[in-house]
Design a protein around this ligand. Structure first.
Ligand SMILES: CC(=O)N[C@H]1[C@@H](OP(=O)(O)OP(=O)(O)OC[C@H]2O[C@@H](n3ccc(=O)[nH]c3=O)[C@H](O)[C@@H]2O)O[C@H](CO)[C@@H](O)[C@@H]1O[C@H](C)C(=O)N[C@@H](C)C(=O)N[C@H](CCC(=O)O)C(=O)O
Ligand SMILES: Nc1ncnc2c1ncn2[C@@H]1O[C@H](COP(=O)(O)OP(=O)(O)OP(=O)(O)O)[C@@H](O)[C@H]1O
Length: 481
């Protein structure tokens, strides 16, 4: 594509008219991936500064460079832009001819429940006959095919590539706060934006809950004029979001007040929570196949959105019965005569609270809990997670999750301090995750429930004693021995 055409909607003509005829064959922000004729956008990142790799990009064949710094003339044209991240997203959108415009776009944000709500909504829409792409943390789905997901919200290059390839009528995407703050969805306008909840997480990145909230709120500024915000107002931040948006966009709310569009009237909590809801003048009984009141909230948001899209109530209730769950979210591993094991991705205080409480509601005799913390990630949530586990479970094992840049000795030292300050005598530190699971397995009896939280079905990144690849495989090994 000629540079002039590519930039016509993005920059003032004076910035590029001398180079209008340059042919741009692709776009990259990673010099290692640049090919002949590509545009390279230099981004100042968290670890590195892309401006350092400009020469590298030129050597690989870049035909034009964009960046934020004033630079001495280069071998190829250099165009300075205000904000490289925003520009990369807009440039990629233009390169793929604004592919979001071909689809109905649904963005889901919030601390917990994005993946579950997105899977439920995809299921609802597909059962109603719509084709549906999904971009999220478990996997991406495009034109009915699965692809590996590297980030919850893909980079703008990957995102626009997938939007361009997708022939799906609807595209559902999980939008993380990192994705929003790094402008990965810049230039994309949404038909629906959903807000699940906001609780303690990512305060290593956002510094305060207010800052975290304001980042999430940015997504709702990208609603189309005809778009709708679907908000869980039971959550205090959801309520705040509603007040912030009131009068500026269409809003639908799920909550426990008469003024809510979908009102939670009652919830009967046993293993499969049944919820009685009022939708306008209609009474709806939701019974998600996934246990827990939190999954009623997820199902309610998906239901409200699908109804607004036009799917009939009876179709939705019928398809909810066939929902087969989400990989690694309250995933049962059951075997005769053994304890029940639940593998769950929960890695926030609120998530483990909901998970363990659901175990109690399901009639677990004793609750065993195996969990750890990601190295280099929000350390302020750790004490609360231990306090919740110590209060609800009968026995808990603190172990390792992905260590990232932290070394094992340092993590174990931290676990010891955290346990001494926040735990109780029910807790024990077993740093090898597979051995922690084994210990829980050996102590628990039939009728007890073992919760292994934090990783879902993610692959282990550390080397452990049992040579398994994830929590599920570890449990299966123990069952079969
Ligand atoms: C801290 C963080 O979020 N980093 C994200 C960010 O990377 P960055 O821009 O800071 O990259 P950097 O390594 O500093 O490099 C700067 C620039 O130099 C370029 N470079 C680098 C080396 C080189 O040789 N040549 C070169 O050109 C890089 O391509 C980049 O453009 O932008 C990248 C592209 O969009 C992301 O892939 C990357 O996500 C990393 C991998 C990550 O793990 N992020 C996590 C925290 C994240 O985003 N998580 C959320 C979900 C959170 C949740 O809900 O749990 C998500 O949406 O996935
Ligand atoms: N509505 C909810 N409220 C509180 N906790 C929830 C809710 N939904 C799910 N959870 C818990 O959070 C965990 C992660 O759920 P899910 O993957 O759906 O959320 P997510 O927002 O995609 O998370 P992440 O951003 O970490 O990928 C679940 O395994 C469960 O323990």
């Amino acid at each position: 594509m000629k540079l002039a055409l590519l930039l016509s909607e993005l920059l003032d003509r004076s910035k590029y008219e001398l180079h209008s005829d340059i042919d741009v064959r692709g776009i990259e922000d990673n010099s290692l991936k640049v090919k002949e004729g590509y545009a390279f956008v230099a981004i100042k990142g968290y670890k590195m500064d892309g401006h350092q790799f400009i020469e590298d990009a030129i050597e690989k064949g870049a035909s034009v460079i964009f960046g934020e710094r004033d630079l001495t003339p280069l071998k190829v044209p250099y165009i300075r832009v205000e904000n490289s991240r925003k520009f990369l997203a807009k440039l990629t959108g233009a390169f793929y001819e604004f592919p979001y415009r071909k689809h109905k776009i649904i963005g889901i944000t919030g601390t917990n429940g994005k993946t579950t709500t997105s899977f439920m909504l995809k299921h609802f829409l597909e059962k109603a006959g719509y084709s549906c792409a999904l971009f999220g943390s478990v996997q991406n789905y495009v034109n009915g095919h699965k692809r590996t997901a590297l980030n919850t919200t893909p980079s703008p290059i990957h995102l626009n590539q997938m939007l361009a390839e997708s022939k799906d009528e609807y595209v559902i995407m999980e939008v993380s706060s990192h994705g929003i703050s790094q402008d990965r969805v810049e230039g994309i306008y949404f038909d629906y934006c959903l807000f699940t909840n906001l609780t303690h997480d990512h305060l290593d990145y956002h510094k305060s809950m207010e800052d975290y909230f304001l980042t999430k709120a940015v997504l709702f500024k990208q609603l189309k004029k005809s778009g709708t915000a679907v908000i869980n107002t039971q959550d205090e931040w959801g309520d705040k979001l509603k007040s912030m948006l009131d009068g500026s966009v269409n809003i639908l709310t799920f909550g426990d007040l008469k003024t809510d569009d979908l009102q939670l009237v009652d919830a009967f909590t046993d293993c499969r929570t049944t919820a009685l809801l009022r939708h306008g003048d209609d009474i709806v009984t939701l019974m998600p196949t996934l246990p827990g009141e939190h999954n009623v909230y997820n199902a309610a948001l998906a239901y409200l959105t699908a109804r607004k899209i036009g799917v009939r109530k009876d179709k939705l209730l019928q398809s909810l019965k066939n929902f087969s769950g989400v990989p690694g979210r309250f995933e049962f591993v059951e075997s005769k005569g053994n304890p029940t094991v639940i593998i769950d991705y929960g890695h926030t205080p609120d998530a483990i609270f909901h998970c363990l409480t659901t175990g109690k509601d399901c009639g677990a005799r004793k609750i065993f809990h195996v969990f750890g913390f990601r190295g280099d990630r929000d350390q302020t949530k750790r004490p609360e997670m231990i306090r919740i586990s110590a209060e609800i479970s009968d026995r808990y094992f603190l172990t390792t999750d992905n260590l990232n840049e932290t070394n094992l000795e340092k993590m174990v030292q931290e676990l010891n301090i955290l346990q001494a300050e926040n735990g109780n005598q029910k807790g024990e530190i077993v740093s090898d995750r597979t051995l922690a699971i084994k210990k829980a397995w050996n102590e628990a009896k039939e009728g007890d429930w073992i919760f292994i939280t934090g990783k879902g079905l993610e692959k282990y990144e550390e080397l452990y004693t049992l040579k398994t690849e994830n929590d599920r495989q570890t449990v299966e090994l123990l069952i079969n021995n």
